[in-house]
Write a protein that binds this ligand. Structure first.
Ligand code: PLP
Length: 452
């Protein structure tokens, strides 16, 4: 790639490149951060700043940036069979092998996969699968999918409709037959209730909604095991068991959107394994290829797969790049590394507990209302007053200030409102976790001073 000065890159970037989820005017005035190199857990800017990547790219490079076995697998596949499709009764070894591997790491009742290129396309696929299932079951009136407020499910029209972020709906509206219920966000919405009581109450909101809509109209419930982009909202322990009971009681399909929490982040292969839920569909993407190739998909439980594979006829859905050979090769190499290096166990028994312990030390900081962690993910919730949980005046200001301070201290943290989000590679050493916490503390100090 041609090297340019950062100013030249920024000027061309602002002139020609419309970035996702970006205020274009703001970007043009401030200039983008140009990343030119990555190694291990670090990224480097065009100006040579080295930053510890506390976000694994965009929650995807779970094994860090240096994984030569994945690069080689992709290169070998490109030399052997760079492309072929899976339409018209064609297939190829990489997609077949990967489908077997995915069945081996996902819950026992999940033995089929439909490939997409992204998490958003996965959720479009979810919508199609859910409708198809109930049509084939001769219950075509079951149309409504219930999701949650503040959920993020992606950016195609269907995925954005399933998402529960009001500022997204305000720009684009949403598809019909999608409803939202309260999220289990105890710190913000729990009031005087204990965590446990609030978890049960949040689950009850789902039951109330099912009854309000009529069981005969409700097709599915979709949720992330932990809301990720919404602020790493780790639900109270009581939430998921109650939700699962409700879904069983009314025979509602359950879609676990594991685009962030699939592939080890919680210390289990999937978030549903961590919480002991039993989804009918799992949407995955991101870390399946360590972010090195675009690949997503939906794992389909036997209950749904059996119906689709019976006398359903053609499932009229698919993408040119469904099961792209190079992406499948990247995923196979990623899963092999995860297995060979016991990444999931390491997160559960070593890195996760150490990360949790070190992060908890930040709770004492004067602007920290709560530190939440689970496995290798965490959030630091910023408040103006620790006792009353009063927030800074305009939601997001403290977060943006802290994010900028974090970058200045050579650490990538993401801000969602006033939550600082951290989801570092699962390959960090203890020393790198120490480094992350030290830098996060420096960012908090700096932000606190700025906001006084
Ligand atoms: N679902 C969840 C839970 C996500 O976090 C995301 C992206 O962050 C998506 C879906 C959309 O995935 P993609 O950006 O690959 O379309």
């Amino acid at each position: 790639m041609t090297q340019h000065s950062t100013k030249d890159f920024q000027a061309a970037d602002a002139q020609h490149y419309l970035h996702p989820f970006t205020d274009f005017k703001d970007l043009a005035s401030k200039g983008s951060r140009i990343i030119t190199k990555a190694e291990g857990a670090y990224i480097y800017t065009n100006d040579g700043q080295k930053l510890l990547d506390g976000m694994s790219g965009l929650w995807c490079c779970n094994l860090g940036y240096t994984q030569p076995a994945i690069n080689k697998a992709v290169a070998d596949q490109m030399n052997e069979l760079p492309y072929y499709n899976s339409f018209f009764q064609c297939s190829h070894p990489a997609a077949i092998e990967l489908s077997k591997e995915l069945a081996s790491v996902s819950p026992a009742h999940m033995n089929n996969v439909f490939y997409t290129n992204s998490g958003s396309e996965g959720n479009d696929t979810v919508l199609r699968l859910v409708r198809r299932y109930w049509d084939l079951k001769k219950q075509p009136n079951k149309r409504v999918i219930i999701s949650r407020e503040n959920a993020y499910h992606g950016s195609t029209v269907a995925a954005a409709s399933l998402g529960g972020m009001s500022y997204v709906h305000n720009q684009f509206g949403k598809l019909p037959n999608i409803e939202h219920v309260a999220q289990p966000y105890w710190f913000k919405e729990g009031g005087e209730l204990s965590r446990e009581e609030f978890g049960v109450q949040a689950a009850k909101a789902l039951e109330d909604k099912i009854l309000e809509l009529g069981v005969e109209n409700v097709a599915a419930f979709i949720a992330e095991p932990i809301q990720g982009a919404g602020g790493v909202i780790i639900p109270p322990e009581t939430y998921w068991p109650e939700v699962q009971k409700i879904l069983n009681k009314y025979d509602i399909l359950f879609v676990s959107d594991e685009v962030i929490f699939g592939f080890g982040r919680t210390g289990k292969w999937f978030g549903c394994d961590y919480y002991g839920t039993k989804p009918d569909l799992i949407n995955f993407a991101k870390a399946v290829t360590n972010g090195f190739q675009p690949l997503g998909g939906v794992m389909i439980g036997d209950k749904v797969a059996d119906v689709l594979k019976s006398d359903g006829g053609e499932f009229a859905h698919g993408f040119t790049y469904s099961g792209h050979p190079a992406a499948c090769a990247a995923a196979l190499a990623t899963i092999k590394i995860m297995k060979d290096e016991n990444i999931v166990d390491k997160v559960a028994n070593d890195l996760g507990p150490y990360f949790g312990k070190r992060m908890a030390e930040l709770s004492d900081h004067p602007m920290v209302g709560e530190v939440r962690t689970l496995g290798m993910v965490g959030a630091i919730e910023l408040v103006k007053n620790k006792e009353t949980r009063e927030r800074y005046d305009s939601d997001g200001t403290a977060g943006a200030t802290c994010r900028d301070a974090s970058i200045a201290n050579d650490l990538v943290m993401r801000a969602t409102g006033d939550n600082m989000i951290i989801a570092p590679p699962l390959t960090l050493t203890h020393e790198q976790i120490d480094e992350l916490v030290t830098k996060a503390k420096a960012a908090l100090d700096q932000a606190y001073e700025t906001l006084q």
